[in-house]
Design a protein around this ligand. Structure first.
Ligand code: SAM
Length: 223
């Protein structure tokens, strides 16, 4: 199906100043506005997008999963529901994201089934081969050295473990590309570019799922 015609890009309506402020905060949420944005991301489009992406994988109940750029923590809750006897880890470099992910998953954290840490995707504080599943939802746009970060995701995965990337924009929409240029160092990747960089980082068996109408994409690769 052809992509739908839109009046504004995937990163929402507004003048350049409003879109820039939204994208700066999406890339590293800060203050009250950052918290508000994360609360919205825990529902709305991100919820439907994440559920669409997670529908492509079956997880074992005892798996260890890691969500990179965990934001407000809704994906941690989704992983906890699937890995009911395992452990779920969240990592984000924004203190506001770490605080809201912690609040969202307070029950599972108290039970020792979840932990949320502040850190950068470029230097993951996890042992080699310690994860069965790693996710990156709506976050790789902001990673300055994507290949190095994907190598980190590859390092912490156990052999056969899977890595999922999900983006609400597939880099083919002119308006969205223009929006992304309002922010330094933001990149909206195409599926082809992500397949290439996943391969360079050592991943194999790379599957690309698309919703061409909405321009969503989800890539799942194996270590
Ligand atoms: C647009 S939000 C998405 C949040 C969540 N994954 C979701 O789908 O709702 C992007 C998140 O990635 C985080 N992030 C971006 N770059 C990061 C990096 N280099 N290291 C750790 N977290 C990062 C941001 O702080 C933010 O919380």
């Amino acid at each position: 199906m052809a992509a739908e015609q839109r009046e504004y890009g995937s990163f929402g309506a507004g003048d350049d100043g409003e879109v820039r402020e939204r994208l700066v905060n999406a890339g590293k949420p800060a203050g009250e506005y950052g918290k508000e944005l994360l609360q919205r991301m825990n529902g709305g489009t991100h919820q439907v997008l994440s559920e669409w992406a997670f529908s492509f994988v079956v997880l074992g109940p005892d798996m260890h999963a890691l969500d990179l750029g965990c934001g407000g923590g809704a994906n941690l809750a989704r992983l906890l529901a699937r890995c009911s006897e395992g452990k779920v880890h969240g990592l984000d470099y924004s203190p506001v994201s770490v605080a809201l992910s912690t609040e969202t998953n307070a029950g599972a954290i108290a039970e020792g089934r979840c932990e949320v840490v502040q850190g950068d995707v470029a230097d993951l504080p996890f042992e080699d081969g310690s994860m069965d599943f790693v996710t990156a939802v709506e976050t790789v746009y902001f990673w300055p050295d994507l290949e190095a970060a994907l190598m980190e995701a590859h390092r912490v995965l156990a052999p056969g473990g899977r890595f999922l990337i999900c983006n609400e924009d597939d880099g083919t929409d002119e308006i969205t590309l223009r929006q992304s240029k309002l922010v330094d160092n933001m990149r909206v990747h195409t599926a082809g570019a992500l397949v290439d960089v996943l391969g360079k980082a050592g991943f194999e068996d790379i599957h690309v799922h698309r919703n061409l109408d909405k321009r969503w994409m989800c890539l799942i690769a194996r270590k």
